[in-house]
Design a protein around this ligand. Structure first.
Ligand code: SAM
Ligand code: SF4
Length: 377
């Protein structure tokens, strides 16, 4: 990755229904002001990208919320704007769109493909109806399967989003979900362990003792079984929750984990830009506030802050250590970490240092947060 590389994240902040586990910036509204939001996105992009002309565009990621609720024409206008600004053609850039089975059809996938989308990330979550109901999803397993079949009719790359570690889930059910993803030759599988996030319905259910999370040791068994199943099926476990066939890694996310520059456009989007300094940017979160602010200020930025060198180094480690490839560090950079923690973790093979790169071996990646706590002073 060169510092000339840049990625663009575009946030679509609406969903048909709020899932009880989700703390993403997603809202439910009877009226989606798509035209006003598009104009705000274009203006925000124009202002925020001003100093970055000539950079090399790596990827565009339409995330949400549920971006498959967008009109394909809206994505096309945005893709053309971004690709022409950076003077890169859309067929050379990874362009992902997150798709929910309740707002996807073959025609829509084909229209998105014509608009320039070349990767669909499908929110399947589970292939068991009882678990989909628990997750508050509006689609059945049959509908999710149908969506996947339709997406496979395009030439786009496919990611499967699945969630495991559900309170009543057993390993046989989970391995059967993974077997299906493998059988349709999904190039990429994201297997997320359910996290109970504050400010979600699941969190208040848990506080009221109406939801009991899966115990940690069972979660660990699920993690090990996932890793075994997918690596034996020729997927590389390239990041804590992400598995890919050869050359199928999500380039956008890898760029972000490698601490690359990205512009964040849309309500609540974050950005990080390397110029003379590194600047962290955050946009206004509420969709209607964002539209108003862009109309007034010509950008949606709520906070823009320079990152000092020490924070930048910690951020680079926190993100890069998630990757199988690890994070490249100089000896001077390594010296900022807790020497005792480093030495103990190396002795127990939970951390590997070869003189240039610091890595967590795949078998220990589920413990990443605990490992980081021991080395970051
Ligand atoms: C922003 S959502 C986008 C996909 C689309 N909105 C959908 O749900 O179909 C990205 C993914 O994050 C995962 N996710 C969201 N909240 C989660 C949680 N609390 N625990 C585990 N995974 C979660 C889900 O797998 C989801 O597909
Ligand atoms: S999981 Fe996806 S569909 Fe559900 S509320 Fe979050 S962003 Fe929306």
């Amino acid at each position: 990755m060169s510092h000339n590389d840049i990625a663009v994240y575009i946030h679509w902040p609406w969903c048909k229904r709020k899932c009880p586990y989700c703390d993403f910036n997603s809202h439910v509204s009877d009226h989606l002001p798509e035209e006003d939001y598009l104009q705000a996105l274009l203006t925000d992009f124009k202002t925020q990208s001003k100093n970055f002309e000539g950079r090399n565009l790596v990827s565009i990621f339409f995330g949400g919320g549920t971006p498959s609720l967008m009109k394909p024409l809206t994505t096309e206008i945005l893709i053309n704007e971004v690709c022409s600004f950076f003077k890169t053609s859309s067929d050379k850039v990874e362009i992902t769109l997150e798709a929910n089975p309740t707002s996807s059809s073959l025609n829509k996938f084909l229209d998105f493909e014509s608009a320039g989308i070349n990767r669909f990330s499908i929110g399947v979550q589970s292939l068991q109806d009882k678990h989909l109901q628990f997750l508050g999803r509006e689609h059945s397993a049959k509908e999710a399967l149908h969506t996947v079949e339709q997406a496979l009719k395009t030439r786009a790359r496919i990611n499967f989003d699945l969630i495991y570690g559900l309170p009543e889930q057993n390993l046989t059910e989970w391995l059967s979900d993974l077997s299906y993803a493998v059988s349709v030759e999904a190039g990429h599988i994201s297997a997320y362990q359910l996290t109970i996030e504050p400010n979600t319905k699941f969190y208040s259910d848990m506080r009221k003792n109406n939801l009991t999370p899966m115990p940690n040791d069972l979660q660990a068994d699920f993690f090990d079984a996932t890793r075994k199943k997918l690596t034996e099926s020729d997927y590389s476990h390239y990041e804590i929750s992400n598995f890919a066939k050869v050359n199928q890694e999500c380039q956008h996310n890898v760029h972000v984990w490698k601490y690359g520059s990205y512009l964040g456009i849309g309500a609540g989007a974050h950005g990080r830009l390397h110029c003379k300094n590194i600047t962290a940017i955050q946009n206004y979160k509420l969709p209607f506030r964002y539209i108003e602010k862009v109309a007034k200020n010509q950008h949606g930025v709520f906070m823009s802050q320079e990152t000092d060198n020490e924070t930048a180094l910690f951020e680079k480690i926190l993100l890069g250590i998630r990757l199988k490839a690890g994070v490249k560090l100089t000896n001077k950079e390594l010296s900022i970490l807790d020497a005792e923690g480093l030495s103990l973790l190396q002795k127990s093979n939970a951390l590997l240092w070869d003189g240039t790169t610091l890595k967590i071996p795949g078998s220990h990646t589920q413990l990443t947060d605990d490992i980081l706590l021991k080395i970051i002073k």
